[in-house]
Every structure is written in C-alpha cells, then in structure tokens.
Design a protein around this ligand. Structure first.
Ligand code: IPD
Length: 293
C-alpha cells in the first residue's frame, strides 16, 4: 500500500497542537500531583495520560488499520511490528513539565518496518514545531510563524574538524540513579568534560536539558553537535531520529545493524550534519564507552 505521508504529517501536527493546548492549560497543581513510576525521579502526570488518550483516540479513529505504541499505554513486552505504527511520547521531559521548565514536547512518529518515516516534535511552551518526512527534509516552525529548513546553519554546516574537542554535547540522566546504566552515564559525562580523565580531548561542555526528543531536534538544527544517551525508549527518539537524519545528521546506536527501538537500554548517539569530522566524533564517543553494550 502507498501512504500519503504529507497528509499524515499534517495530521500529526494538528494532533500535536491539541496536545500542546492541553499541556499549556494544565493546572499547576495537576502537574504537582504526579505519580511515581519506578522511583521518585520517574514521574507521570494526569496530563501525560490525558494527552496520550487524546492522541490514541484521534489517530486510531483516522487510521484504524495502523498500530499504536505509546509511553503511557504500552504493555510490558509490547514490541514495534513491521506494519505502520504510530509511536507517541505524550510529554517528553515530564520532569521539566512538572517543574514548569519550558523544555518539554509532544513527540509523534509514524514508523514502517520499524523505521520512522514521519516525525513531529512540538514544544508548546516555546511554540517550536519540528517535523520531517523521510526523503523530504526537516523543518522547524518558530513562535513567530517563520519556517526554516534544518539545519538552520545552511546547506554546508561547518566541519567538526576538532572532533569532540570543539563540541557541545547533550546527554541526559534518565531516572535510574544506580546500577550499570547509571555508571555508564556518569562515566561518560566525566570523560566528555575532562581531558584528564581520557588523556585527550575534552568537549566544550555538556548540556542536559531534560528532553531526549528536543535534544535530537537541537542536533538537527545544528545548535548541539552531538547527543548521547544510554537507555532511551522508542517513543523518546522515534520522531527525533528522523528529524536528525533528514537534516543531514547521523543517528547511530551502539549496536550497529541491530537497532531495535523497542528495547529499553539502547544507546543512542546523534551527530549533526557536517562536511567532515563526524566519524571522528562517533569513534571518540565509542572509545569513551569502552566495551560497546
Ligand atoms: C525522558 C526524557 C529524559 C531522558 C529519559 C526519557 P520522559 O522522557 O527524554 O531526558 O533522560 O531517558 O525517558 O519520561 O520525560 O517522556
């Protein structure tokens, strides 16, 4: 079957705008009444659940033959099939949402054969809308209504000629605060920040703004050079992955050829578009990790 990806993108954009209205309208006390998932830093609010129900309802009504995988409604062990599947994170950056830190977004993608083909990420607080269709590039629409192709730095983004040395790198902490994954994350942060720790390069700095989906959009825009996280879920990265690739960036996992977006704990690395130096950045990050997981 053939699908009209432009129509699907427009549908995802309008659903994301409704989601954004719900996020902006959420009563601050509703935000504070968040439930704890696996530990006190792993939260969900009534707004996350209400947004996901709205998204599920609208998308499955309009596209009844498509599957749906969402953060709040997924069942343990549910995997992403090969058929057309909407992948939804109703609020990526729930902790930011709870604290009123305006860096959170609804992230919606359509995946076919487990690869995203349409992606939309919308931050309703800054009114920034990122979207991409496979083969048609990626754009951002800012609050003033202006639309720009990504990367915003133009068709020839500057080379990453100093490897990690010259990079601003986004990494996120997740909610686990102990165990091997926590050690991997903290170890990586130290290695990225300190030349002493590696006997070599240190990046300009690291940034943790609390939303993996938006980090990927910032890589696509070219304002962040690389994003690394050990342990995301499909809904955190599906839309952003496509937006990075359509902006000429590189999306890699530590499991080459074995990218399974449904398995928790996968390692994600995105590097912005550049006319050179990208492979060095990828290699340096893999080296910092030691054994690939
Ligand atoms: C989380 C955020 C966070 C990242 C986590 C994600 P959520 O998404 O993107 O930055 O560290 O891995 O799960 O739970 O706010 O949708």
């Amino acid at each position: 079957p053939t699908y009209d990806f432009h129509e699907i993108r427009d549908t995802l954009v309008s659903v994301a705008q409704v989601a954004g209205d719900m996020m902006r309208a959420a009563d601050p006390s509703v935000r504070e009444d968040s439930d704890t998932k696996r530990n006190s830093a792993d939260r969900v609010t009534e707004c996350d659940k209400a947004v996901e129900m709205m998204v599920l309802d609208r998308l499955t009504t309009k596209y009844p033959s498509f599957d749906f995988l969402g953060e709040e409604t997924s069942k343990a062990g549910q995997t992403l099939g090969d058929g057309p599947t909407f992948v939804c994170d109703p609020i990526d950056g729930t902790l930011n949402f709870i604290h009123g830190f305006p860096n959170c977004a609804v992230s919606l993608a359509l995946a076919i054969e487990r690869k995203p083909v349409v992606g939309v990420v919308f931050n309703p607080f800054r009114r920034e809308l990122y979207s991409a269709i496979r083969g048609f590039g990626a754009t951002v629409e800012y609050a003033d209504g202006s639309v720009h192709s990504l990367p915003t730095s133009g068709p020839e983004p500057p080379a990453l000629s100093r490897g990690l040395n010259g990079c601003l790198v986004a990494l996120e902490w997740g909610s686990e605060r102990q165990g091997p994954n926590w050690e991997l994350r903290t170890g990586m942060a130290i290695k990225l920040l300190s030349a002493q720790a590696t006997g070599g390069a240190m990046c300009h700095s690291v940034r943790s703004s609390g939303s993996a989906a938006l980090d990927l959009c910032y890589v696509a825009a070219g304002t962040i050079d690389a994003f690394w996280e050990g342990g995301c879920w499909a809904w955190d990265v599906a839309a952003g992955w496509l937006i990075v690739e359509e902006a000429g960036g590189l999306m890699a996992s530590a499991n080459p050829g074995d990218w399974d977006p449904t398995v928790e704990g996968r390692l994600y690395l995105a590097v912005r578009g550049a006319s050179g130096g990208r492979e060095e950045v990828v290699e340096e990050i893999w080296r910092h990790m030691g054994e690939r997981k």
